[in-house]
Design a protein around this ligand. Structure first.
Ligand code: PEP
Length: 253
């Protein structure tokens, strides 16, 4: 069990029209119990940000965006800047999700620029890292995760890194129904914390939240959250339905 306040995040990806997003957030806030040790983060598609933002009434609920551009403004057709996300009420921005890396060619240097832009605008970044199946099978998990973290955090200073949350999401577990076992996840989370201690210091490493993502469901959440370095969850599929997401937020230790 983690000693940090947990963060349970819903990544809706390219799902939900505005009306669905609205009824979901109203219903969820109404039904989910309030906990002192947990926060909830809703990450809708861009089109539903304003609506969800206007419907968030609880102090333990936050809004996030799935992506951003690193420039402040300019001729970047189709892109959204961090200040625009701040303007609509976002507190968090997801950076480096594996779908951005693998389907849209986002490399570590781009992820680094986005993460720095998020922090410079005073928002918090959820930095996603994780290995492919072939990398795990070739025993490269730790090398891959270490290099993703070091490259994404290049130039991020001690005083700013407190606004970073890391999400360990093994790519082979995302949307596949195949979850990392609690011990597989814990082992990588512990490794990430060790790398943060090496790069920064023990206090920072112990205060940063490391989320697990990859086919989290009501039936595996309790076991995952019992691990000491799992400080929350990034949930895709199971966050689309209020009942299953409610059960995930209300995990039992
Ligand atoms: C995700 O989108 O980050 C994710 C973990 O998805 P799923 O829960 O569907 O595996």
């Amino acid at each position: 069990m983690s000693v940090r306040k947990s963060l349970i995040a819903a990544n809706w990806k390219m799902h939900k029209l505005i009306s669905d997003a609205e009824s979901f957030i109203v219903d969820l806030q109404d039904k989910v119990k309030e906990f002192n040790d947990r926060e909830v983060l809703i990450i809708p598609p861009f089109t539903a940000l304003k609506t969800v933002s206007s419907k968030i009434t609880r102090k333990d609920f936050f809004l996030g965006a799935q992506n951003c551009h690193w420039e402040e403004k300019g001729a970047f057709t189709g892109e959204i800047s961090v200040s625009m996300l701040k303007d609509v009420g976002c507190t968090y921005v997801l950076v480096g999700h594996s779908e951005r890396r693998n389907l849209f060619g986002e490399i570590d240097s781009i992820i680094n620029k986005k993460l720095i832009a998020v922090l410079q605008n005073g928002l918090k970044a959820v930095l996603c890292v994780g290995e492919l199946l072939e990398e795990r099978e070739a025993n490269k998990t730790f090398d891959v995760v270490e290099s993703q973290i070091i490259r994404a955090l290049a130039g991020v200073k001690e005083e700013d890194v407190g606004n970073v949350v890391i999400a360990y999401e093994p790519v082979w577990a995302i949307g596949t129904g195949r979850t990392a076992s609690p011990s597989q996840a814990q082992e990588v989370h512990e490794f990430i914390r060790k790398k943060l201690e090496e790069k920064y210091n023990k206090d920072i490493a112990n205060s940063l939240r490391i989320l697990y993502g990859g086919s989290v469901k009501p039936n595996n959440v309790d076991e995952l959250m019992k691990e000491k370095d799992i400080d929350g969850l990034l949930v895709g599929g199971a966050s689309l339905e209020a009942g299953s997401f409610k059960r995930i937020i209300e995990y039992v230790l």
